[in-house]
Structure formats: structure tokens, C-alpha cells
Design a protein around this ligand. Sequence first.
Ligand code: GLV
Ligand code: MN
Ligand code: MN
Length: 410
Amino acid sequence: MENLKIDGARLWGSLMEMAQIGATEKGGVNRLALTDLDRDSRDLFTRWCEAAGCTVSFDAVGNMFARRPGRNNDLPPVMTGSHLDSQPTGGKFDGAYGVLAGLEVVRSLNDADFETEAPVEVVVWTNEEGSRFAPAMVGSGVFAGEFELEDAWAKTDGDGLTFGAELERIGYKGEGCGDRPATAYFEAHIEQGPILEDEEKTIGIVSGAQGQRWYEITLIGRESHAGPTPMAVRRDALVGAASIVTAVNRIGHDFQPGACATVGMLESKPNSRNVIPGEVFLTVDFRHPSDATLAEMNDALRAASEEAAKANTLELGFNQIWSCPATVFNPDCVNAVRKGAEIGGYTHMDIVSGAGHDAIYMAKVSPTGMIFVPCEDGISHNEIENATPEDIAAGCQVLLHAILDRAGGN
Ligand code: GLV
Ligand code: MN
Ligand code: MN
């Protein structure tokens, strides 16, 4: 079992082929959830999995399951996977790596004629990024019972199209969701931060993930002419927003170590150069390993938002639209990853995930672990996101051993 090897060149080739779907000029991908390109990536995944002897099914939220039978098919499968949707200016590895590493494990087991005791399933979770339909991790969230199916279907994108209608349109709306126990779940992912590279380690043994909260803030003032309106009587929504943006950044710095605070989206209306902005919509993303600190950051944001509205005579809409508590992964799964790193002889360290992952919701319903590999300069959510073929292969090799540790066989 310890001699089994994945094929790094084949995995790299599949990653590069998948990256053609939605490829951008700067070398990344734009494959937003439930678009035609998302469908194309699912179709390709299906073809590859069927060629590898798997049976592919999907559920009511579009999560896909490619099943390789085991010796005892009454056992719950060991699941592994990630997502195929991307940010609008995303990279080739975020998500696709975890999915295709799972497929590479299946292909390698086939090559070695290795029969696992429990079945193995490679999963594609729907709308992990939360970029087109907020929040993130919707498919795994419905699967784990964190979100209602109807609420997921009702989510709208910026053009008012619904998740449910788009899922149906691309042909991936199946039946039922959840109620599908797993022996364990493992997810391989690039780290998306600089720690492994800085520490010169190949494998991150992920012990858990920090908590996060997402907000939507609206400020309403009064549109008026940029020339005749005296400064003293303006109700400029963008000036209020500017002080919230600054406050968010300050809160991030105030709650070190560990806090991250970002305004990622800001829409000013009417966005015309000689009109005082009458309305601004902005989003806030807060993260911290401690839920108690996130609560303090929440209070600081609310106070700063109220202050900004008052100072500029604006109406404030303040909405926390999502919160996901800090997660600790299952010790047996974390150990399976550690053993995998040791079998492979890779340098490794324990690490806490800064990013959100489907594994966080899977951890609520199944023993779960994650494997990180370094990415160049720690850059992700960027078209230039990059990783080395060697590190990509190493993470997949560890994934193989972690899966075998839980699935048994031969
Ligand atoms: C998901 O990509 C996240 O925002 O962490
Ligand atoms: Mn991801
Ligand atoms: Mn991402």
C-alpha cells in the first residue's frame, strides 16, 4: 500500500486541460458558478470519471459524486474533492486541484488494480466561491444542513438570475441533498497564503480553519449637482463609505494577530463624475481564528458604520449575511494526512486555513481533514496564481495515503 504512486504528470495535464475552460489572457480562469463554462467543466469531469470506471450522479443543489466502488459497498464512502467554480479573475488551481487530485487518486488505484474496502467518491461542490451567488460554500452548506435547499435555489446574481433556474438551465439539478454519510472527507488545496513557502515546507497538515463573517452595507444620502451644492449641505454616500472602508482596514490591524478585514465590493450610484453619490453598496469580509474576536470586530464595524452614517446624514442598512464559525478538523483525519506526508517523505507543518473551504461544512457531518501545498508568493484569487508540478504531485500523493488510511483495502 505504501508503494502506491500517483502520476504527477497526468494530474498536471488534467489541471492544464481543465484550465482551458474559461481561460483568461493572464493565465487564470473565469468560471463563475452555474455559467455555461461551469457546465463545460462539469461535463469534462464527468467524461474523465466515467472513463475511469466511476458512476457519476448529482444532487438537487448540483453537487456531483463520482463513485469508485469498494469491496464492501455497504460502507459509507471516503469522499474527496473541492470545487470547479472560480472567482471572476481566478487561478487554475483554487478548487480544480482538489477535484482533479481526487480523480488522480482514482486513476492511480485503477492502474494498480487496488480494491479499497470502502468506496471512494470524488465530489464537486457547487458555488464554493460565493462570487456570483453569495455566500461561499453553498453546495456543501446545503449538503451539511447549514443552508436550506430552497434558500440556495432562491439566491440571485447581480443580474437577478436565480441559482435554481441557472442550475436547471445547465442541466445539473438532481434530486435530494445530504443524507449521504461519509467514512471521511479529505480535501487537497493550494494554501492561498505565504506560510508554507516562507517556511520551506511542501505539505500543510491543516488542523482547522478560521471563522468568517460577511456583511452587506448600504448607505443612502441624496444625489445632487457637483457644482451648485455647497459642501455644508451634502449627503454624500461615498464619503460615508470611504470612512467605513478605512475603518474596516483599521479593525483588521487592531485585532492582530490573526484578523483579516476586507471591503471587496463597492458600488456607487449613479457613478457619474458630476453627481454627488446618492447611494453606495459595499461588502465586508472579516476573518479570525477566534469566534469571540470576530464578535468584537463585528461590534467595532457596527459602531464605525453608525458613526459614518451620522457624520454624513445618511441612512444606514447594516446586514450580516453570513457567519461561519472557526472549525477544528477531526484528529484521526489530521493524523491520516500527517502519516501520508511522512510516508511520502515530504517536509510538513501544521497550519490553520485562512480561506473558506467545503471541508469546513463537511466537518459538521463527517470526519474531515485537509492537505495544503504551497502556491507561488502565496498569491491566490488572482489570475497569476501558480504552483509547482512537484508540490501539486506531493499533495496528491499525501491525499492517496490519507484516503487509503480511512478506506482500507487490498
Ligand atoms: C473562498 O474562496 C474564500 O473566500 O475563502
Ligand atoms: Mn477554493
Ligand atoms: Mn477561492
